[in-house]
Design a binder for this molecule. Structure first.
Ligand code: GDP
Ligand code: ZN
Ligand code: ZN
Length: 595
């Protein structure tokens, strides 16, 4: 798979190799996942109309408020209270506003007959004074209504306030009247005309269709398409009372949502109206609740300019138009289908997760002792082994050793040279399972030409008798056949390894060792098998046979080639092979790390 090893311009095709398992349980699980994914994708496609190209809209809004209100005002004229009744029509209670908004006055405070002059401030904590020293000439307080003259004068009775140059008399600081003066504004109606356009689809429509009955009133269920709204009904929809909001004023949002399906076969493009209170209804008295502003009506009386100041409380209605228009688009459909293909891969991901989780590690953990969970675990472990190849990062210090009296292989990371390999503990690695197909290819019959047909062959078994200790045998040897290493002191420990962990018979005395590792005929055959036209001359023969014997031993005892490359031969085997195929002159060079 090394990309750099391939010619860059050659046309080639690579594909992924899959593992096919016959397990019905896993198959059913996969199919269930597939069906689930397919149903979900179809559902999303239809319910969300993911086959459509969605475009935003642009819109214009026009409103008309209608209604008459009768207002009873209490005014004080020459010291006496008087009730005045007046009729308010559209021009009186609506004000032109910018954007998609309109305003309806619901309450007001009037200060009549103001003219430019000097007068005392309205008494509050900040404006009260006792002498001229409490006031400052030319001082302009942003909260105040005029410029101070520096004098402290009587406002009423014994109350004294600073004198200001302003519109006099100064507006009184008063609470909004309760109940609201234009409480009957809840019966006003507003007609909302809304034209929309989807520039992306070149489609225009409006909420006010020609055949519409103009005497209708909007009702959420009975008349949801009528664009004429009663103000009181709007507040009822949001759970508020018009008469409460009317006192201080407020802001109400009217949302017009267009979800248009512009496909010819399912064409539908009608608005949906909803309402939302936009101001903070929990605001307390100190945080300026409601919605109000001031405006003045100017007039001239006896050639003196005068004005009536009105603090207006009311409701601002903001109309918010939004939505999308969708139309079938083949590109969108392809993009959606493409993006959902990965969902089908979820099945493999999930099943792999199950296999990994419930393989041997999990099974053998102390929480789940291997008893009733064992069967599925062993199946999973089988799949896991087939699917995953675990590799160890190759390092010059990494070695594998195998003892004939242990069922596993040991992986040793011999960072610190200096201890003989025999004593290093290492990590247990399972021995790769034996592949008998390789063995059957070995021409075993080559070795024993004298077998008499019909007679049972006896294979000499490895006896547990301890071989008499060789006189040079070092202290770490357990089989009695090992010899001290010839390597320099610093590398010696690499060869200090016996074929056994505990005392016992040596592997070199076994039949397979003789037949697989020491047989000259087998080794010669293997060399020729590798290179059919190899010329085995006298000089190099022994050397080649010896190296081939090392490889034979490593592959026999360590199974996979990867392990064999890092496998260390026990001293007894190494010397037995060297004795069989000796080197005429010079020292043996010993193990060299392949990386
Ligand atoms: P030489 O023939 O004089 O070089 O000396 P040796 O008989 O020690 O053989 C050296 C070759 O055998 C080198 O290629 C080594 O990598 C290989 N070899 C020697 N010992 C081991 C061993 O313990 N394990 C493995 N895997 N290879 C070995
Ligand atoms: Zn030994
Ligand atoms: Zn041995």
């Amino acid at each position: 798979m090394l990309a750099c090893s391939q010619p860059p311009l050659r046309c080639h095709y690579k594909t992924v190799k899959a593992i096919h398992s016959q397990n019905t349980w896993l198959g059913t699980l996969k199919n269930l996942f597939m069906v689930g994914s397919f149903v979900y994708i179809c559902f999303a496609l239809v319910s969300d109309k993911r086959y459509q190209r969605k475009e935003p809209l642009i819109s214009s809004v026009h409103t008309k408020v209608k209604g008459i209100a009768e207002v009873r005002e209490e005014i004080i004229e020459s010291g006496a209270k008087k009730v005045v009744q007046s009729v308010f029509d559209t021009a009186d209670y609506t004000f032109p506003l910018q954007g998609n908004s309109f305003f309806v006055m619901t309450n007001f405070l009037k200060t009549e007959g103001q003219e430019q002059g000097l007068c005392p401030e309205y008494p509050t904590r900040r404006t009260l004074c006792s002498s001229d020293r409490g006031c400052k000439k030319g001082w302009m307080d942003p909260q105040s209504k005029g410029i101070q003259t520096g004098r402290c004068i009587v406002y009423k009775g014994n109350q004294k306030t600073c004198e200001v140059s302003a519109w006099c008399p100064i507006e009184a600081v008063e609470e909004a009247p309760r109940p609201a003066l234009l409480n009957s504004a809840e019966n006003f109606t507003v007609l909302i005309k809304n034209n929309i356009d989807f520039p992306g689809h070149n489609y225009t429509t409006r909420n006010f269709l020609p055949g519409l009955n103009i005497t209708c009133t909007f009702h959420k269920t009975q008349n949801p398409q009528c664009p004429i709204f009663r103000l009181g009904d709007i507040f009822r929809e949001t759970g508020d009372h018009f008469s409460d909001v009317a006192i201080q004023g407020g802001i109400m949002g009217i949302e017009i949502y267009w979800d248009c399906n512009l496909d010819r076969w399912f064409h539908r493009c009608r608005p949906k109206y909803s309402f939302r209170r936009l101001d903070d209804k929990t605001a307390s008295e100190s945080s300026y609740p409601g919605y109000n502003f001031r405006y003045a009506k100017y007039y001239k009386e006896n050639n003196v300019e005068k004005r009536t100041l009105i603090k207006v409380f009311g409701i601002r209605f903001d109309i918010l138009v939004f939505g999308t228009g969708g139309k079938f688009d083949i590109i969108q459909l392809i993009v959606f289908v493409g993006s959902t293909l990965s969902y089908f891969g979820l099945a493999t991901l999930f099943i792999d997760f199950l296999i990994n989780t419930y393989s041997s590690k999990f099974c053998r953990s102390s929480i789940y002792p291997c008893c009733k969970y064992c069967e599925p675990c062993s199946v999973n472990e089988y799949y896991y082994r087939k699917k995953c190849e675990s590799i160890v990062e190759p390092k010059p210090t990494l070695k594998y050793v195998s003892f004939v009296d242990e069922s596993h292989i040991r992986m040793v990371d011999q960072q610190l040279l200096g201890r003989s390999l025999q004593d290093v503990k290492g990590e247990k690695v399972p021995r790769p399972s034996m592949d008998f197909t390789d063995l059957s290819r070995l021409p075993l019959s080559l070795q024993d030409p004298h077998v008499t047909p019909g007679q049972p062959e006896d294979i000499q078994l490895l006896s547990e008798e301890v071989t008499p200790r060789h006189k040079d045998s070092p202290h770490w040897c357990q089989c009695g056949n090992c010899l001290p290493s010839q390597l320099p002191e610093s590398h010696r420990c690499l060869e200090e390894l016996c074929c056994r962990k505990k005392m016992g018979a040596c592997i070199t005395t076994s039949e397979p060792f003789r037949k697989l590792v020491l047989s000259r005929r087998v080794l010669q055959f293997l060399l020729l098998y590798q290179e059919p036209l190899l010329v085995l001359d006298a000089d190099s023969t022994n050397s080649q046979l010896r190296h081939c014997a090392y490889r034979c031993y490593a592959t026999w005892r360590f199974g996979s080639q990867d392990l064999a490359d890092f496998a260390i031969l026990p001293s007894c085997c190494r010397w037995r092979i060297r004795r069989e195929f000796p080197k005429s002159e010079g020292q043996y060079s010993g193990f060299k790390s392949p990386y």
